[in-house]
Write a new protein. Structure first.
Length: 300
């Protein structure tokens, strides 16, 4: 396994803790998103400045990075609201439709176009995720504001991955993550102020949760995911992030006592199989036609 793939796996593990912490409702959704970014920025900004690594290639990339930070801020904000205002299952399923949006966006805007394996793997992975949460879920789907926010989260997530992939062609990971995270913190702080969400008054457990979100779910996770995004196809990264659903389910079982059924295990296996297909280096044959030429792969 290459270093970018190892980084991606560890990053996904770190992110998978996040929905459980948000679902505990120890702080309001938008202020929770603010502290996630602000705490990470407290570490990132001084380190990047004093190490001399906060180098910006051009004004154009700086502007795009700021936009990227605002988009990611919106993603985390609406994702938090969706988790707290609906079931974590609904929010997770809808938000993780992002690989579809990434695939469409990559086809039009990125140098590395989605491969056949990506689309096949995505379909299988999404089917696995549906199996994981249960087909009966769709019968009771609640098309409310939380539903819309969960969909928006997936779209913002996809836009963030596409923009970051574009910027990281010419930008190092550390300054990009530093600037985008700092931008997100400022943007979310302004929103929190105008939404009258409290900046203080949380319990000790609430503050611990916010620190974990900032240092683990944001700082560690997105440095690793950013590194993986720089060296891998954005489409592969987006599908791999579906693995959060499996890990979050396991963490929910371990830490908050949620049940894990045989159907969920089967769904998780199907989901991971779909992710594996997107990393397969040869084109998968179509029915009635054998394809022998290999796919031209990226750096990964």
């Amino acid at each position: 396994m290459t270093k970018p793939r190892i980084a991606l796996v560890i990053g996904i593990i770190c992110i998978s803790i996040f929905p459980i912490l948000v679902k505990l409702k120890l702080s309001p959704p938008i202020i929770s998103a603010f502290y996630r970014m602000a705490i990470a920025s407290v570490v990132l900004v001084p380190f990047a400045l004093f190490s001399g690594k906060l180098k910006i290639p051009s004004v154009k990339l700086l502007i795009i990075t700021i936009i990227c930070g605002c988009v990611f801020a919106l993603d985390v904000a609406v994702w938090n609201i969706a988790i707290q205002e609906s079931s974590a299952t609904q929010a997770t399923l809808l938000a993780n439709l992002s690989p579809v949006w990434v695939g469409i966006g990559a086809f039009f805007f990125l140098r590395n176009k989605p491969t056949r394996n990506f689309w096949i793997g995505t379909i299988i992975a999404i089917f696995g995720m549906i199996t994981l949460v249960g087909f009966h879920f769709f019968v009771n789907l609640d098309f409310n504001l939380a539903f819309i926010f969960a969909i928006l989260s997936g779209i913002f997530y996809a836009i963030y991955l596409l923009i970051s992939k574009f910027v990281l062609y010419d930008f190092d990971v550390l300054p990009f993550i530093t600037l985008s995270t700092f931008t997100s913190a400022i943007f979310l702080g302004i929103i929190s102020y105008f939404m009258n969400e409290p900046f203080t008054g949380f319990t000790e457990t609430g503050w611990i949760s916010l620190v974990v979100q900032g240092l683990i779910c944001q700082l560690t996770a997105w440095l690793l995911v950013g590194y993986a995004t720089k060296h891998m196809r954005a489409t592969r990264v987006s599908v791999s992030l579906l693995g959060q659903a499996v890990l979050t389910t396991l963490f929910a079982w371990m830490f908050i006592g949620e049940d894990v059924t045989f159907q969920m295990i089967v769904g998780g296996i199907i989901l991971l199989f779909g992710i594996r297909i997107t990393f397969y280096s040869k084109k998968i044959p179509l029915i009635g036609k054998v394809i022998i030429n290999s796919e031209i792969t990226s750096k990964s």
